[in-house]
Design a protein around this ligand. Sequence first.
Ligand code: F3S
Length: 81
Amino acid sequence: AKFTLVDPETCIACGACGAAAPDIFDYDDEGIAFSRLDNNQGITPVSFQLKDDLEDACEGCPTESIKIAEQPFEGDPDKFL
Ligand code: F3S
């Protein structure tokens, strides 16, 4: 399974991820993205149906703020650095 979250420290609110993967990413009042799957905790497996959207969003992010891992992030974007 894949897990994902956004690093809000590096997101520049460009808005690409929600367009590529609207079922995964949404934005807060300031346009900073987060994963709607689990309030950006990175603990809910991304469903198989959303895998391509996730890859598109990750590749399209200009600041590499979308993190993907094979294990849960437990809310920490830097967990697997
Ligand atoms: Fe932010 Fe990257 Fe999405 S900059 S709005 S996480 S595409």
